[in-house]
Design a protein around this ligand. Structure first.
Ligand code: PLP
Length: 385
């Protein structure tokens, strides 16, 4: 390995949201990684820093090209330059789109359990989250879509938007092309616009890829806006750099207006440099990271299977998040997470915040050096044995 993912970097005292915890605590909750980003990105940012002037910036051609080349090469999707719009984050963009593409009191469909901040983007803007609960299959330990319920919710005249999480956080499910095509057809039938959040798309297990919603069919491409970013997979969320793209010019115009009105379409001094370096130079680092994360996920699975047979780990092909079914403990996830934290200092996400059947689950973040991972697993064993 060229890159060192075993290095433990002290994050306490750096204003880290994740690591703002007590001295004895080990945070394995919020979705950022305990690895330094790629040296290539750090070098590019250092160069930008050394320039010393941090005035207002334009979006250069290199930024568009970096996204276009990456998606074409890695995800077989040709994104036209004019489809792309810079924004300061996926959540700022989703909140803007909720405001711009629906009216107050309308319903927004989400497939729960799902990334909890989707609820904020909907509720904070006076819209109604409309949960298409995913169905948990005891035998496979996986989720599937309740199609009948989805159609009923999309057919509701008050439904105007559907926010898809592709790949899905917290389950790590990569939606297949067939599933995406079917979602597209249903949304088209009921005139529902799709926002596809694809922020996790580059962290798939080695050998696995994802299908961009816009690549699934002509319908999918025409009725959707996709959110993409280098932040999750290169661990640069603090640079606030993301993009949306929409092939449909009418939809794109509305989103562009919305992002500008909300003032979330202008980059900070590091946003361009970070994204361009990530997509143009970060590929070798990302490949090694994916292998390291897949091994971490396997270690968690093996450890839990051996030591904690009451916990069932959901199979997952994407993200560095693991969804642990703890229903056999007969407690709510909130209570269980609290007990684990109090007893051992291990800080996991309680599943109830993700909606749906999340109260039966805990979410564990596997993106850390092995020494921390082993520490976390020992703490989990101590708490649950
Ligand atoms: C599915 C999903 N979307 C969006 C975000 C946050 O995106 P941003 O930091 O660009 O607002 C996260 C962060 O965990 C996420 O998991």
């Amino acid at each position: 390995m060229k890159y060192d993912f075993d290095e433990v970097v002290e994050r306490r005292g750096t204003n880290s949201y994740k690591w703002n915890v007590a001295e004895n605590e080990l945070p394995m909750w919020v979705a950022d990684m305990d690895f330094k980003t790629a040296p290539e990105i750090r070098a590019a940012l250092q160069k930008r820093l050394d320039h010393g002037i941090f005035g207002y910036e334009d979006i250069p051609d290199e930024w568009y090209e970096a996204y276009q080349k990456w998606w074409e090469r890695r995800h077989s999707l040709k994104i036209e330059k004019e489809w792309l719009i810079f924004c300061t984050g996926v959540i700022p963009a989703i909140s803007t789109m909720v405001r711009k593409l629906s009216t107050p009191a309308e319903k927004v469909v989400i497939q729960t359990p799902v990334y909890n901040i989707f609820f904020n983007s909907i509720l904070n803007n006076g819209r109604v989250p409309y949960e298409n609960r995913l169905i948990y299959d005891e035998s496979t330990g996986k989720y599937s879509i309740d199609w009948e319920d989805l159609e009923e919710k999309l057919a509701d005249p008050q439904t105007s938007l559907f926010i898809l999480c592709n790949p899905h956080n917290p389950s790590g499910e990569i939606w297949t092309k067939d599933v995406l095509v079917r979602i597209g057809e249903l949304c088209k039938k009921y005139a529902v616009t799709v926002i596809s959040d694809e922020i996790h798309c580059d962290i798939t297990d080695p050998g696995k890829g994802y299908v961009p919603f816009a690549a699934a069919s002509d319908i999918c491409r025409d009725i959707s806006v996709s959110c993409i970013a280098p932040t999750k997979c290169f661990n640069i969320a603090g640079t606030h750099t993301a993009a949306v793209f929409a092939a449909n010019p009418v939809l794109r115009h509305k989103v562009w207006r919305g992002l500008n009105t909300d003032e979330v379409a202008e980059p900070n001094s590091f946003a361009m440099t970070a994204a361009i370096a990530a997509f143009n130079e970060g590929e070798p680092w990302l490949e090694e990271l994916r292998a390291y994360l897949a091994e971490n996920k396997k270690m968690i699975r093996d450890f839990i299977e051996k030591n904690l047979p009451k916990v069932k780990v959901m199979p997952s092909d994407a993200t560095y998040l693991l969804w642990l079914n703890v229903s056999k403990y007969g407690k709510t996830s909130e209570k269980l997470a609290e007990e684990i934290r109090e007893k051992t200092g291990l800080y996991l996400s309680a599943g109830n915040i993700f909606g749906g059947d999340g109260e039966n689950f805990l979410r564990m973040n596997a993106a850390c050096p092995r020494s921390l991972l082993n520490d976390g697993l020992e703490r989990l064993k101590r708490a649950l044995s």
